[in-house]
Design a protein around this ligand. Structure first.
Ligand code: DGL
Length: 273
């Protein structure tokens, strides 16, 4: 691994998600490392990941991160997506020669918080079926009840919200009712937001769940891990931070004011060439 003093101070931190969800991780990274240059890459051509197969997600994530890192030479990659991380984190680490930080469901802190012993886990359909989640459950929540629920409509709702559209209340209601109607669901008092899109809907989810349910996600912990790995490195922002998309289209223009508010005034489309 490169020594800290050899790292180009303009080399960015690369965040990667299928869409806008990773902005919830970027927000926390900005708190700890305000001077770090950032490229936020969204594979909107592949959105949503949550309804794809493991093979499809792994191929996209490994292929894209290989090409993007070759082109942009980041100092670190943060996969700000639970679906991509629970499926492909190990593979990406095998391929890249820089530190790779993943985003995995925050089952451990939720297990420490719950009093009833019933924890909800709201993720994409792909995330909730991963062995990675089985392992986290076995390690940290063996004596708890973990209720897993896949909520693809919440990904759409979060994408819409950041484009100025009121999130569909039915999508939130469906997810909450789905969790509550599982055996033990009435006693749920902690909910893991196991998709980086979902903290964008924290207010809506909290209102539907009631105040007794604590929402838990991993963004702050991920930011601390990124800051630890970059400790002692120099930062210089040679150009305004960039949001990079894999497909052009009207969905990008409507996102521009939001991206600006996250400190991403530059927008570009990643071409395969
Ligand atoms: N933000 C992604 C995650 O954390 C998923 C959204 C999608 O389905 O693409 O899982």
């Amino acid at each position: 691994m490169t020594l800290p003093d050899r790292i180009d101070p303009t080399a960015p931190v690369l965040l990667f998600d299928s869409g806008v969800g990773g902005l919830t991780v970027l927000r926390e990274i900005r708190q700890l490392l305000p001077d770090a240059p950032v490229v936020y890459a969204a594979d909107n051509a592949g959105l949503p990941y949550g309804t794809k197969t493991e093979a499809q997600v792994a191929a996209r994530v490994c292929g894209l991160l290989g090409r993007i890192t070759e082109r942009l030479q980041p100092r670190l990659v943060c996969i700000a997506c639970n679906t991509a991380s629970t499926i492909a984190l190990g593979m990406v680490r095998d391929v890249l020669e820089i530190p790779v930080v993943g985003t995995v469901p925050a089952i451990k802190p939720a297990a420490a918080l719950t009093r009833s012993g019933v924890i909800g886990l709201l993720g994409t359909e792909a995330t909730i079926r991963q062995d990675y989640v089985d392992r986290l459950e076995a390690e940290f929540a063996q004596d708890k009840t973990l209720l897993r629920y896949g909520a693809p409509r919440l990904v759409e709702a979060a994408e819409a919200k950041l484009r100025g559209v009121t999130p569909d209340p039915d999508a939130v209601r469906e997810a909450v009712d789905g969790l509550r109607s599982m055996p033990g669901g009435e006693a749920m008092d902690a909910l893991v937001l196991a998709c980086t899109h979902f903290p964008l809907l924290a207010d809506e989810l909290q209102a539907a769940l009631g105040p007794e349910v604590r929402l838990v996600h991993g963004a702050e912990g991920i930011a601390r891990q990124v800051a630890r790995l970059l400790a002692g490195q120099m930062f210089e922002r040679a150009r305004p931070d960039l949001a990079l998309f894999t497909a052009d289209g009207p969905g990008i223009a409507s996102l521009a004011p939001c991206l600006e508010s996250y400190g991403l005034p530059n927008i570009d489309v990643f071409s395969k060439r």
